[in-house]
Design a protein around this ligand. Structure first.
Ligand code: XIL
Length: 345
């Protein structure tokens, strides 16, 4: 048995993948066995696609239409095609992992240089989205089934919901989100689903902000298909009742729901902690399967953020070792794996 087979009738099962994962035979074997979807953990983000040398050396040429380098994206397209994996595109418009010079007048490398103006940034945004979406459609149509068009535009600690420090917010203003989705709809291939992706989407205030400021306006324009609930949870801390409420709330809007970056931070590998982790995963998958079965939300894929514990980004991010996934260092199945399988067996 495998994850993807067990969940076949409900939703795709995915994992984030690094460029090394695609080169390691053992990882490729695990990918073929358990998953039918992958997301580039980093390699498809703007910092790997924007061609710094070209843009910085020839700003007059690229000022309104940035130079792009598709080598990194090409590797994901090739691997997905060869292994018959769906690919989630992550991500087009984000405040993080997008180089600061992209937002500067004349692509200046001087951190004190003025920001580019709104019109320039909208042109650069359109050029970027057009370039990437046209490339992937020409190269491998149909492989990328969903794009995180905008990532993390909301901030739960801001009263009005907007992440004001984002250079997109600073240079363009609130409607950068609407423009990004309009451009994505204009250039995406047929059938490619467009997602808004964010973390802590189970927090009541953030859920409400996302619905009112992002999802409803985009739905009214017909330019969004789904919401990505990242799902970076913390053991014994993240509220699964609220998580379920978010799944249902987003589902009721008529959007596809995908869990896009699932992991549950847990700082102990001891048996008791691993049992709690297993219980939490079982509850979470129970919520997702129930929502799908009973028509409360069209959950279409669930993606883990990492293939195994020792590769998880959380150890660096949370500054303590983390054991947040279904598989251990040698890809051995943990109690959490068994628990997730039991939900549907
Ligand atoms: C993380 C990667 O896992 C790390 O390797 C990288 O250093 C930083 O980004 N939200 C997202 C993901 O949307 O892109 C982030 O991925 C994790 C948080």
């Amino acid at each position: 048995m495998s994850l993807k087979k067990a969940y076949e009738q409900y939703f795709k099962i995915g994992t984030s993948v690094s460029k090394w994962n695609m080169e390691w035979p053992q990882a490729a074997k695990e990918l073929q066995k358990h998953y039918n979807s992958i997301t580039g953990e980093n390699g498809m983000k703007p910092m790997f696609v924007l061609d710094m040398e070209e843009n910085v050396e020839h700003p007059e040429k690229y000022n309104l239409n940035p130079a792009l380098n598709f080598d990194s994206i090409r590797a994901f397209l090739k691997f997905s095609t060869e292994n018959e994996l769906g690919l989630r595109g992550h991500t087009l418009v984000w405040h993080n992992q997008t180089p600061f010079w992209f937002f500067k007048e004349n692509y200046s490398l001087d951190e004190k240089a003025p920001w580019a103006d709104r019109e320039t940034m909208l042109a650069r945004m359109e050029g970027y989205i057009k370039g990437v979406l046209t490339f992937v459609e020409n190269e491998c149509p149909g492989v990328i089934y969903a794009w995180d068009v905008v990532n993390e535009a909301m901030e739960e600690n801001e009263e009005d919901g907007w992440r004001k420090k984002s250079p997109w917010y600073q240079t363009v203003g609130e409607d950068f989100v609407a423009y990004a989705f309009r451009f994505a709809r204009k250039y995406a291939g047929p059938g490619v689903k467009l997602f808004y992706n964010d973390y802590n989407t189970f927090l009541p205030k953030k859920r409400e902000d996302i619905c009112n400021l992002i999802l409803k306006p985009l739905l009214a324009e017909g330019v969004i298909d789904g919401i990505g609930m990242q799902g970076h949870l913390i053991l014994n801390d993240s509220d699964l009742k609220e998580f379920e409420k978010s799944v249902h709330t987003f589902g009721e809007l008529g959007l596809e729901v995908q869990v896009t970056e699932l992991d549950i931070h847990c700082n102990s590998p001891e048996e008791e902690a691993m049992k709690q982790l297993a219980d939490t995963y079982a509850k979470l998958f129970g919520i997702l399967v129930d929502a799908k079965k009973n028509g409360k939300a069209n959950v279409t894929s669930v993606t883990f953020w990492g293939m195994k514990d020792d590769e998880s980004w959380l150890t660096g991010f949370r500054k303590e070792k983390s054991y947040p996934l279904l598989f251990g260092e040698k890809y051995q199945e943990k109690a959490a794996y068994e628990a997730v399988m039991r939900v549907v067996q």
